[in-house]
Write a protein that binds this ligand. Structure first.
Ligand code: HEM
Length: 119
């Protein structure tokens, strides 16, 4: 059996490290930082971790809002979307995620675009 993306990312521990670093990147990213100024950062990090664990084949249950509901009314644009993806890629690089896993994650994030952009 080939390993799941969850396993290849180092399970919950590996995904948590990347998710936390990605959210930290968003907070200081001039393109999107302002979007998160009223956020409960610890909660957002937990939700981002659970979302990616569940979405990559892990046993965790994601109990946050679905992507369309979470981003409804924000009017997120392409530039912001790219900024968020870049933040995730940077976080993966810093945490030693391999090139194949980086591409897999980018493909998943890109596939969510229609649920997040200008919904
Ligand atoms: C790349 C795809 C993205 C994924 C996978 C993603 C994932 C998530 C998740 C899991 C949540 C938590 C849902 C909840 O609160 O129940 C969330 C909330 C949020 N996201 Fe995204 N997101 C993405 C892109 C974006 C973009 C491009 C922006 C705009 C800059 C954005 C801004 C926000 C904000 C402001 C919140 C709410 C934070 C809060 O309620 O405190 N997201 N996102």
């Amino acid at each position: 059996m080939p390993k799941s993306l969850y396993e290849r990312l180092g399970g919950q521990q590996g995904i948590r490290a990347v998710a936390h670093a990605a959210v930290d990147n968003h907070l200081r990213n001039p393109v999107v930082g302002v979007r998160f100024q009223d956020s409960d950062v610890a909660k957002l990090k937990d939700l981002a971790t659970a979302f990616f664990c569940a979405g990559s084949g892990g046993p965790e249950v994601y109990e946050g809002r679905d992507m369309r509901t979470a981003h409804r009314g924000m009017n997120v644009n392409e530039q912001e979307y790219l900024a968020v993806m870049d933040d995730v890629v940077d976080a993966m690089r810093r945490h030693g995620v391999g090139p194949q896993e980086q591409s897999d994650v980018v493909a998943i994030l890109y596939s969510l675009k229609g649920e997040i952009l200008r919904v």
